[in-house]
Design a protein around this ligand. Sequence first.
Ligand code: ASP
Ligand code: MG
Length: 410
Amino acid sequence: MSLFVQKFGGTSVASIERIENVARRIIKTKNEGHDVVVVVSAMGHETDRLVDLAEEVNYQGLDARREMDVLLSTGEQVTISLLAMMLMKHGFNAESVLGRQANILTDKEHTRARILDIDAAFLQSRIKDGVIPVVAGFQGTDDSGNITTLGRGGSDTTAVALAAVLEADECQIYTDVEGVFTTDPRVVEGARCLKKITFEEMLELASQGSRVLHTRAVEFASKYQVPLRVLSSFNEDSPGTLITREDDAMEQPIISGIAFTRDEAKLTILGVKDVPGVASAILGPVSEANIEVDMIVQNVAADMSTDFTFTVRREDYDQAMEILQNIAKSIDAREVSGDNKIAKLSLVGVGMRSHAGVASRMFEVLAKESINIQMISTSEIKISVVIAEKYLELAARALHSAFDLSEEAG
Ligand code: ASP
Ligand code: MG
């Protein structure tokens, strides 16, 4: 007998009919003799609807994050009760469980709280009593009893965290796609569903723009070594993608996937002095404004002066530009320029560690398509480039085909 945590996303519970379909999947696992703890999201688009309502109140300028959490957490409360009732209708003993009841303790960072601790005793005792606990994803409680939420998409993290403390055999994330693909199948026709991928690769893909899983959920799974499977709620026959630790026996493909994001903008400050303290003078005020900086490039100075470029999220572009213009004056830089029509594309694969020449091959492919690379950054298992947004799809297709990602490795 195994213990599975099964998480169902918003699309999978978007109607009563779909909730019944979800109940069937859970029942199937139960009938195979396993224990199940269920985690659900709010019904599809419900969280967006609640966000829109709050925007109508027009609370701008007020810090209403505590109230946002009270509001947003209601979506999951609806689905846990409906699903529990549905399981009961089919003759199973099920019980809805709020974040607080599951003892999911978080910090006080409303709307993006982090889980600090989960006391598994309550859920364990419910399982022992033969109950199927149906837990509200995305929500927790701080040590004063306030409701908190984990950030958009946070139900994945709830599921993985529960799987970790319950020492589940697998955490299964049921979603509206078949699994993790080599790249976005809407952009590249030959994109293929991966059977297996390592935590490290998935973490890079998630943070570089693949939206299948919440990044924090993958971090959690990797830290606690929780085997994680992404699979389709709608296609029973597909085994999905297993995300797991690196296995030496397995022949690793060089590249596992291509991730990309259009959510990028770059800013350059030209003609800054090449002296100690310049990078911190530029990036200090940017980070104080809570703007996340991604790639950073500073050139070697030829004549005591250099250029400094960095990327931010597109939505932060205007604010970052304003800050940079002020800095430019104060450090006597020549000028500031920027571009918010850029995209970032990344090749990811653990096989890069043992194979030289991936970067040069990538650059060759892009050159052949006459795509100019504006910035480059690398890590042990990833190469990212910034290019003009209008070439993104072309680049993704060309690279997918050049690295033979449509074919199964091995
Ligand atoms: N309902 C929340 C959202 O839409 C959490 C989740 O679905 O994971 O972001
Ligand atoms: Mg999700």
